[in-house]
Design a protein. Structure first.
Lengths: 112, 109
């Protein structure tokens, strides 16, 4: 029972490079979320999706794009990475907005 | 905008003590509140989920309470153990999950 799986676990990017973080869940959850966690800032919502084919902006969406082409996958893209995007990124999912969240193990991203 | 505050930011106790972690929030119109545990460099593990209609939830040595009217939740840990050392996060859900900054707990043998 995998739950929420994030790939990759670690990545180092140069400023201006692009990359995609993948989140996959096998629980048939409708809702999926991307958070970033920074020291002293806590977890902040980047983007979320309420179902296949939908996406919406969270608290800190600038510099990121997302796609939810399949219900089980939620992709987070950085088109032109900046050092300010150095962070730990967490994906989460829930049945709907009324239920608790299940988190992945995170992706540690460093932009140099 | 929902604001979530956790006090204290850090707590150090000797093994065997009972302890209480506090969480307060500004908007009481919530769907639920969830307590998580995070070990250094790891992800978030869900401990307890309290729906808005509930007053408390229990799991083993953990008990979480919810008082919506006062915007407060507490996480009670009984007979603490060194393995309980971690950061504990409170998250409040009213349309999206908002997190507190966490309480870093150290239980000394």
């Amino acid at each position: 029972n995998a739950g929420v799986t994030q790939t990759p676990k670690f990545r180092v990017l140069k400023t201006g490079q692009s990359m995609t973080l993948l989140c996959a869940q096998d629980m048939n959850h409708e809702y999926m979320y991307w958070y970033r966690q920074d020291p002293g800032m806590g977890l902040r919502l980047i983007h979320y999706s309420v179902g296949e084919g939908t996406t919406a902006k969270g608290e800190v969406p600038d510099g990121y794009n997302v796609s939810r082409l399949k219900k089980q996958n939620f992709l987070l893209g950085l088109e032109s990475a900046a050092p300010s995007q150095t962070s730990v990124y967490f994906c989460a999912s829930s049945i709907t907005e009324f239920y608790g969240y299940t988190f992945g193990s995170g992706t540690r991203l460093t932009v140099v | 905008k929902q604001e979530v505050t956790q006090i204290p930011a850090a707590l150090s106790v000797p093994e065997g003590e009972n302890l209480v972690l506090n969480c307060s929030f500004t908007d009481s119109a919530i769907y639920n509140l969830q307590w998580f545990r995070q070990d250094p460099g790891k992800g978030l593990t869900s401990l307890l989920l309290i729906q808005s209609s509930q007053r408390e939830q229990t799991s083993g040595r953990l008990n979480a309470s919810l008082d919506k009217s006062s915007g407060r939740s507490t996480l009670y840990i009984a007979a603490s153990q060194p393995g309980d050392s971690a950061t504990y996060l409170c998250a409040v859900n009213n349309n999206d999950m908002r997190f507190g900054a966490g309480t870093r707990l150290t239980v000394k043998p």
